[in-house]
Design a protein around this ligand. Structure first.
Ligand code: IFM
Length: 439
């Protein structure tokens, strides 16, 4: 194994990403609370990581003390606007306090304005299916950004709009649990319209703002590359899952199967490209999978699979994602990347291998400005409840005690030195040292 250190540019952002409903606790005024109460999830979010009760302070300390210089968090719309005609200034104060907390710890804040949850009143008006939705969202964004702008200028309007539309309106595993591709497309169009209005609103309030979306990129391969049908499924799924949103924010055009919609106001509404990357799929044509655009998904044979088989460790797919992202001609920020692993057996190598790919991307001259690992402390993992643990710190949900995992030590060394070295790899994940630092 070669002895070497791979170095990142000065000023590179290193952080963790979190989302309000997953960490705050006691979020009872949104559609996810209803969904959990109706028994659609493995567990309930409950107190989550108790950030609303103030434990964000100790978690921000953990992040800052371990060398992180940035943090991505989200605000909860239903707290800030509990009813259509009512703003909760106290909630905005609380978020201001949290963002001030980041500033005091010399950490750059990135704020997500929509991360999967919607207020109950908003869903009663039809949610994102309603043509009123984009303006309602933009009003919320205007109010929120005006209140928080002293502490942040990096804004993610919508997290993973593809996952939101797919999970809630095609697969039916997120609220409102629908399975209708036409409705899913309507929701996608309204999310793009909402983003475009929000983009404008944010720039009106704050000239120096940098606004983007956090797009989840999945590397999608045909299972049998010689099969034209498998190739067709991979291409179609990738065009919809990966390309549809960033393309709409580039040229204002949306294409979904046989449907075409122009949203001209969305063209040119992306200052940076946020990319979340987790894994690579292999798809094969299957007539029974109409809701999945006729694609059956699997992972590579012999894949390095995560604890609950949710993620295959495919670092080359991350590199492919960055190559894809740079085609949109904007700065790139990795807004999420991580793996569920309660025993912290795979995470260290997953992290090291993905950081190496990140460095390759940086060295290709791609404009990659930062990396946010998902996530800081184990948190509520949506329909899968507490069965999946993505934290660098383990959380005992009952006692709220945190315990640092070895991966957090590795990430600390990466953040503090702005680099990854062969020594670190030997120390934390020797099983990939030959791969990462070959002779
Ligand atoms: O926890 C989620 C997050 O809310 C959105 N991106 C994927 C993560 C892991 O599943």
């Amino acid at each position: 194994m070669a002895k070497a250190t791979i170095q990142f540019p000065r000023g590179f952002l290193w952080g963790n990403a979190t989302a309000a409903h997953q960490v705050e606790g006691n979020n009872t005024n949104n559609n996810w609370h209803e969904w959990e109460e109706a028994g659609h999830t493995e567990h309930k979010s409950g107190l989550a990581c108790d950030w609303w009760g103030g434990r964000w302070k100790e978690d921000f300390d953990r992040a800052a003390e371990t060398g992180q210089n940035a943090h991505r968090l989200s605000v909860e719309w239903s707290r800030i606007q509990p009813e259509k005609d009512r703003w909760d200034e106290g909630a905005l104060d609380r978020y201001r306090e949290m963002l001030r907390g980041l500033k005091e710890r010399n950490m750059t804040a990135m704020v997500t304005l929509h991360h999967f949850t919607d207020p109950i009143w908003f869903m009663e008006l039809g949610g994102w299916e309603s043509d009123e939705a984009p303006q309602l969202f933009a009003d919320f964004v205007h109010k929120t950004v005006s209140a928080l702008k002293e502490y942040a200028n990096l804004w993610v309007t919508v997290n993973e709009p593809n996952v939101y539309a797919y999970s809630g309106y095609a697969a039916g595993v997120f609220p409102p649990g629908k399975k209708d591709l036409n409705i899913a497309f309507k929701v996608m169009v309204n999310l793009v319209r909402g983003h475009a209005l929000a983009y404008k609103a944010i720039h009106e309030v704050q000239h120096e703002a940098r606004v983007g979306m956090a797009h989840q990129y999945r590397s999608i391969y045909p299972k049998n590359p010689r099969s034209p049908l498998d190739r067709w499924v991979a291409k179609t799924q990738s065009a919809i899952f990966n390309d549809l949103f960033p393309k709409a924010l580039t040229d204002g055009k949306m294409k979904f199967l046989w449907q075409r919609v122009n949203v001209p106001e969305a063209a040119g509404t992306q200052d940076f490209m946020g990319m979340n990357y987790y894994t690579r799929d292999y798809v094969s044509f299957d007539l029974r999978m109409a809701g999945e655009l006729f694609g059956a998904r699997s992972y590579a044979e012999n894949a390095d699979l995560s604890e609950t088989d949710f993620i295959a460790n495919e670092p080359e797919g991350f590199f492919e994602g960055m190559r894809w992202a740079q085609r949109f001609g904007k700065d790139i920020i990795i807004t999420e990347n991580g793996v569920e692993d309660s025993r912290d057996e795979m995470r260290r190598r997953y992290l090291a291998q993905h950081i190496e790919q990140l460095w390759r991307g940086v060295n290709f001259g791609w404009r990659i400005k930062g990396y946010f690992h998902w996530s800081l402390v184990d948190n509520f993992e949506w329909e899968r409840g507490w069965t999946q643990r993505f934290g660098l710190w383990e959380l005992d949900v009952e006692s709220q005690k945190r315990r640092k995992r070895k991966s957090a030590d590795l990430y600390e060394e990466i953040c503090k030195t702005n680099s990854l070295s062969s020594e670190m790899v030997v120390k934390y994940c020797p099983e990939v040292s030959e791969k990462l630092f070959p002779d």
